[in-house]
Write a protein that binds this ligand. Sequence first.
Ligand code: CUA
Length: 325
Amino acid sequence: MSAVLRAACAAAFSSLAACAGEQSALDPRGPVAESIAALWWVLCAGALFILLIVMGVVFYAMFRDPDRRRPVSPTAVLIGAGLVFPTAVLTALLIYGTAVGRAIIRPAEQPLRIEVTGHRWWWEVRYPAAAGRPEVLTANELRLPIGVPIEFTIRSVDVIHSFWIPNLGGKVDMIPGQTNTLRLAATQAGRFRGQCSEFCGIGHSRMSFVAIAEPRSQFDAWLRARAEIASLDSNAGLGVFVDRGCAGCHAIAGTAASGSGAPVLTHFADRPTIGAGAADNSPESLRTWLVDHGRTLKPGSLGPARRELSSEDVEALAALLEQLR
Ligand code: CUA
């Protein structure tokens, strides 16, 4: 095999490797995502087919001996290739695409409703109260029960964001002053990455979240645990949290901290990431975040840079947050 052919094969397969993974619309894990992936492959195959025809005509014109070319009427080319062919192809694709689009927004019976609100640059997630369970408010994390239709209510409080979990469904813009709906379902357990897909400012690329699809029993247990509130009576960090003004923006259920402009921190220690996917939720990244309120891990982070915090304050706040399970 020639070096050129080997390089071409390597390039083709390495690009295909990007089709799988925790943030890929071509690795669908639910019915809506499967429909969208199938639509993509059909459009891709159609585009390739047309490309091959066009390239064939181009090469024919370039390399065929002029004396052996068959004369073709310009009018026939204009009508056949310029009118009939694109009309037929685009009409077929439009009908198919419209049918897929209608199917994936069809409401399901008794969906699980989840409200997601975009902020610069994080996600507020609310599971409304239901069946004897109180409302659960969290941020930058999502859990979904497998096999249950989910209906997201999508909003924004500042600029336009876009909510997207590529493995599970399509994307929907989060528009200030407007409420949108997104429906999807997960058919397989897994951990997926959601990402804001509308440029919304300097923190856009680090506005992500982790979505975990799991069996219904595990999901119910998680939701019950999220509805419980840890006792923080003897925690010294809570005093620092209130004195240094953290409680003006962040809420911790069961305490005097009830701010609403920044992510709620109840059960913070159980979240997989810090700063809406800016880093793994580790002791090191937590302390790095606290020192400059995320400036290092997430450039553009809007919280005040609390550089006056002493190392004792940072340690007390870290100990408090690590207790929030
Ligand atoms: Cu929010 Cu991009």
